[in-house]
Design a protein around this ligand. Structure first.
Ligand code: CA
Ligand code: CA
Length: 385
């Protein structure tokens, strides 16, 4: 924070106090600061310690606002919602206070409510858990430049984490854990770990995710018409009926890279899919020229890699012990140096025990260290990190 005695900055400070007071209605603590360019946007830090304060702070956020949430479990009574835009130099931040553990819990929301819905640009949302929503956990609609980091979306009533809408551009989802999401109303057919669906916009990337035990897919790119990059992520145990739903309709692919008519060249690099009820990786009728490099599919119920209709290019991927085959490829698929291609032997897996994949993340939020599915090969398959 830079202080200045210039009249220009003093005027700004006065304005920022007015803005902060508006934000602070009912909030636990307010600290003022000037952004680095001082005159343009005032950084306002709001510390909240009740659900009402949290709802108010999110609804009142403007460019430069930093909302810090004290440790504990928060049960808002309405969706945490904002249409405010940050800017590249004055982001809007929603995060835990220090290293405190924060759970935002949707169990007191009305049926069908999302837990969090952001409709603006340049948000940073980090180090929070969104759980037990009656519908989606966290949704960003037509957002630009979002950074969504070290989040958990768990046991929600529809997809855990969602990006949607046209103009969804340059968002980064890093180190997301999304698990146990299940839509009872749809008998499990909708709830994915992460859904980037029904929209467009370039530059979106997912990295370091664990997407598991969801009723439908780990990742789903249904009708998203611009390329998405997914890397260093794991999808496992999706599509199983874990809810005693006698009419269960979830069908879990690990990585569902399209569907619904969009033809788009997504990229999937250095990911792992195991123990899903359908395929490990699938185009799902997306005919685009997708790129898949150094992914591993292990013990999925159907194909390791299902790319039978499109122009996907697969290289250096590894498929082991999948139910109906290593890979189902079509006439337009390009396949080279995968373990199903000639002269490409499968290296031995160092471990087939997934227990360590469920371990706590490293201090910086990175995936836990594991030898599961690793081979030591520099030629084929994921490195699991
Ligand atoms: Ca799905
Ligand atoms: Ca599915």
């Amino acid at each position: 924070m830079r202080q200045s005695s210039s009249g220009r900055h003093r005027r700004t400070r006065t304005l920022s106090i007015a803005a902060a007071v508006a934000v602070a209605a009912g909030a636990g603590g307010v600290h003022l600061g000037l952004s680095r360019d001082g005159a343009q946007a005032a950084a306002t830090t709001v510390t909240v310690s009740s659900a009402a304060q949290l709802e108010s702070a999110v609804a009142s956020a403007t460019a430069g606002t930093v909302i810090q949430v004290r440790g504990g479990t928060y049960r808002p009574t309405k969706t945490l919602k904002s249409t405010a835009n940050g800017t590249a130099s004055a982001r809007i931040t929603l995060t835990a206070y220090g290293s405190e553990k924060v759970r935002i819990d949707g169990s007191e929301l009305a049926a069908g409510s999302w837990l969090a819905g952001i409709y603006g640009d340049y948000w940073t949302v980090s180090a929070l858990t969104f759980q037990n929503s009656p519908a989606q956990g966290f949704v960003a609609t037509s957002s630009v430049g979002g950074i969504f980091e070290n989040l958990v979306t768990a046991n929600n009533g529809d997809s855990g984490f969602t990006l949607r809408g046209d103009g969804t551009t340059n968002n980064l989802v890093r180190n997301l854990d999304s698990y146990g999401n299940y839509d009872a109303a749809g008998h499990g057919q909708n709830a994915d770990g992460i859904a980037i669906k029904f929209g467009s916009g370039t530059g979106n990337k997912i990295t370091g995710a664990r997407l598991y035990n969801n009723s439908d897919d780990g990742l789903d790119l249904w009708q998203f018409s611009s390329p998405v990059t997914v890397e260093h992520s794991w999808a496992f145990g999706n599509g199983k009926n874990r809810w005693n739903d006698s009419a269960f309709e979830g069908n879990g692919n690990g990585f569902e890279l399209g569907g619904g008519g969009a033809s788009v060249a997504h990229s999937a690099n250095n990911n792992a899919a195991w123990n899903n009820t359908l395929h490990g990786f699938t185009e799902n009728s997306n005919t685009g020229a997708m790129l898949l490099n150094r992914n591993t599919a292990y013990a999925n119920k159907e194909q390791g890699f299902s790319f039978a209709t499109g122009k996907a290019r697969l290289a250096r991927n590894l498929a082991v012990s999948n139910g109906t085959g290593k890979a189902k490829l079509g006439g337009s698929t390009v396949s080279a140096a995968n373990n199903w291609d000639s002269q490409m032997a499968a290296p031995a897996l160092k471990s087939t025990d997934p227990a360590s994949a469920y371990a706590s993340r490293q201090a910086n939020g990175s995936l836990p260290v594991t030898t599961f599915l690793t081979t030591g090969s520099t030629a084929v398959g994921t490195t699991m990190n």
